[in-house]
Ligand binder design. Structure first.
Ligand SMILES: *[C@@H]1O[C@H](CO)[C@@H](O)[C@H](O)[C@H]1NC(C)=O
Ligand SMILES: *[C@@H]1O[C@H](CO)[C@@H](O)[C@H](O)[C@H]1NC(C)=O
Ligand SMILES: *[C@@H]1O[C@H](CO)[C@@H](O)[C@H](O)[C@H]1NC(C)=O
Length: 402
């Protein structure tokens, strides 16, 4: 009898422990006064976030189905247990830029084990702002807010979330480590200004997979201080392609090392795979261990481009060539169609020529309206050819087939 009782007690104890381990503290914004279709939910959201940060068991901040107006949110850690921001509804920013008081619409920082999910939409309502944005040409411009700004995030995953019509970049991920973006959808028209899909910088181990990105600027832009980056199975277009850079503008920039872009499709984008660095860079950093593998181009302008004379704003600093060294790059299995006749462009720096650029199979066809001879451009580069390219690149001698 006694033994049986202690067994029962043990079972109850184990069950309690299991329950605690699996329990999820849910902080639903409607319990904090938020109403769908109602006024700004920022106060309710911040209260729910604060309670979630204090939770010692895994927690969820829940934004249920429905339309919600959010002026802005600055959600900071540290958290005590894993946290899930579950966005099931449509979050809408105010269309008016004057209502934006911060450089980010939704900012999340200093959080570990964060999951953002739920299938919802972050709608920046940027239409009015794009018309007035002059940040492409003017240096002293007020940058509109980024839809989702992630800073100092570790061991986290962002999946099944859409960012739509951001006023500026859709998502930034900086000073972070071990972050995965999966089924991360970006949607904005091709003519929306400065709306990079996902920009990352000063981070380690970032993975972007299985995502569809259509926007008015780079689908993915990879800034300085990155290492161990994987970009895989991305569909990009409209947009400006998948870019490393721009680099070489600021003195604080550090090396970029270890980027793999694989199994992506780009459609009617203004660039395909690109590395861009400014001339007259104030620092000398390196870009190395870069892999572009298995990329399909569909009507892409400039499918492959290294541009070390990148300078969108005028006037351009021309005092000296770029001081950014590009080396150890693999380009393999790039196929499809080009909207421009210059299908491959390598404009490398005169001071820092591109080094150990290994080029495998490439097959690109020009499909522009005007019939033109297909060309490639090679400046300060001596590629190593490991397979056959169509068209031949830099008038390369083909590898012997016998
Ligand atoms: C990276 O983050 C994921 C998701 O939180 C986690 O499961 C994994 O253990 C982390 N990896 C490392 C090496 O810390
Ligand atoms: C690639 O991503 C798309 C879009 O998310 C997804 O539907 C598809 O299953 C993914 N492919 C693979 C091989 O995982
Ligand atoms: C190809 O791209 C060009 C230039 O971006 C665009 O004008 C044209 O409509 C595209 N054609 C197709 C068939 O998508």
């Amino acid at each position: 009898m006694k033994i049986q009782r202690s067994i029962v007690v043990s079972i109850v104890l184990v069950m309690q422990l299991l329950l605690e381990a699996n329990s999820l503290a849910v902080f639903d914004i409607t319990k904090y006064g938020a109403k769908p279709g109602g006024p700004d939910i920022s106060v309710a959201l911040m209260k729910a976030w604060k309670d979630a940060m204090a939770s010692t068991v895994a927690s969820q901040v829940l934004i249920p189905r429905g339309d919600w107006t959010l002026s802005q949110a600055d959600m900071s850690g540290p958290n005590k247990a894993p946290i899930n921001l579950e966005v099931k509804g449509n979050l809408k920013a105010y269309p008016d830029l004057a209502a934006a008081k911060s450089s980010a619409w939704i900012r999340i920082s200093k959080v570990d084990s964060l999951t953002i999910s739920g299938g919802g939409v972050l709608d920046g309502q940027g239409q009015e702002t794009w018309k007035r944005n002059d940040c492409g040409t003017k240096k002293a411009c007020v940058k509109p807010p980024i839809n989702l700004f992630l800073k100092s995030i570790t061991n986290s995953i962002i999946h099944d979330i859409t960012t739509k019509d951001s006023k500026f970049f859709h998502a930034n991920c900086v000073e972070s480590r071990n972050v995965t973006f999966q089924r991360f959808t970006v949607s904005a028209p091709g003519d929306s200004k400065n709306t990079d899909g996902l920009h990352m910088a000063r981070s380690n181990s970032i993975t972007v997979i299985d995502s569809v990105i259509g926007t008015g600027d780079d689908c993915i832009s990879m800034g300085d201080g990155l290492s161990n980056i994987i970009v895989k199975n991305i569909t990009c277009g409209p947009g400006h392609g998948i870019s490393i850079g721009s680099l070489g503008k600021y003195t604080y920039e550090t090396d970029v090392k270890g980027i793999r872009v694989e199994g992506c499709t780009l459609s009617s984008t203004t660039n395909g795979i690109r590395i861009k660095t400014f001339p007259s860079s104030p620092i000398a950093i390196t870009v190395s261990d870069i892999h572009f593998v298995g990329i399909t181009m569909v009507n892409v302008s400039r499918p492959i481009i290294f541009d070390q004379e990148y300078c969108p704003g005028k006037p351009c600093p021309v005092a000296k060539p770029s001081q950014i060294k590009i080396s150890d790059v693999e380009i393999e299995g790039i196929t499809g169609t080009s909207a421009t006749s210059e299908v491959v462009t390598f404009v490398c720096s005169k001071d820092k020529p591109c080094d150990n650029i290994r080029i495998g199979a490439i097959d690109l066809k020009y499909i522009g309206k005007k019939p033109k001879p297909v060309t490639t451009r090679c400046q300060n580069i001596k590629p190593i050819f490991t397979a056959t390219q169509n068209p031949p690149i830099c008038s390369a001698p083909r590898p012997s087939t016998t």
